[in-house]
Design a protein around this ligand. Structure first.
Ligand code: IYR
Length: 223
């Protein structure tokens, strides 16, 4: 039996010149997004974060099971716990656990184990993936979980940037402490990524290395 469908009524068709202008304008906007590591503590309204998470929740995903959960953290105590635990892990990482090749690759970014922004930025958003979910009282498998949550996280970063916020992706290894801190310590959910969001500090910098993007011909073939 086929399930109900509705006509597509919210698609907007633009004339070709306008389509090109929109594609160019979008590229100009997204190329101004840079991961930043110096955040101001200037507050950001919860309503802005809500809209960005709603945007993330529209991401294409496996069988529309929407295998994600977001924990938007504003609490100073929870941010301090995250900073403390992430820094302890990062200290071990930078002290050698990463290995020489990885540490070499990070040199141009100038990163280290100090993560003051985990405490100072107004919002941390922890993204969790879900293996299964409850549907009509039954446990159902989720599909393409990593792909789905990755796309949703991309939408979230883009929404935050579009709203006028600076962001940073953070994946301390192992991330299991995030499950406990966020109250999501269960068999079904895994921490996927932590997104830091807020205003860039006035002294925020971007590594020149991070500005070097592949040319179109280098990253794409048209066949
Ligand atoms: N998680 C560490 C190390 C790190 C790893 C990669 I790959 C980066 O692109 C940046 C940092 C840290 O946050 O410092």
């Amino acid at each position: 039996m086929t399930e109900a469908h509705l006509p597509l009524t919210d698609f907007i068709e633009y004339p070709p010149e306008q389509m090109l202008q929109r594609a160019q304008a979008n590229y100009q906007e997204v190329k101004r997004r840079h991961s930043i590591r110096q955040f101001s503590d200037k507050p950001v309204a919860r309503e802005v974060i809500e809209q960005c998470i709603l945007a993330a929740g529209t991401a294409p995903n496996g069988a529309n099971h929407q295998p994600w959960h977001f924990v938007a953290i504003q609490s100073a105590e929870i941010k301090a716990q995250i900073r403390q635990q992430a820094e302890a892990l990062e200290q071990a990482f930078y002290a050698g656990r990463a290995g020489e090749e990885w540490l070499d690759a990070l040199k141009p970014l100038g990163t280290n184990a100090n993560k003051p922004y985990l405490e100072h930025a107004p919002w941390l958003i922890a993204v969790f993936s879900q293996k299964r979910q409850q549907q009509q009282g039954e446990q159902k498998s989720n599909y393409y979980v990593h792909e789905s949550v990755g796309i949703a996280t991309g939408f979230l970063i883009q929404a935050l940037h579009h709203a006028g916020l600076g962001t940073l992706t953070h994946t301390p290894k192992p991330m299991s402490f995030l499950s406990k801190v966020c109250g999501r310590d269960n068999d079904n959910e895994r921490p996927y990524m932590l997104i830091i969001a807020g205003y860039p500090d006035t002294n925020a910098t971007v590594p020149t290395h991070a500005l070097q993007k592949k040319a179109l011909a280098e990253m794409c073939d048209f066949i």
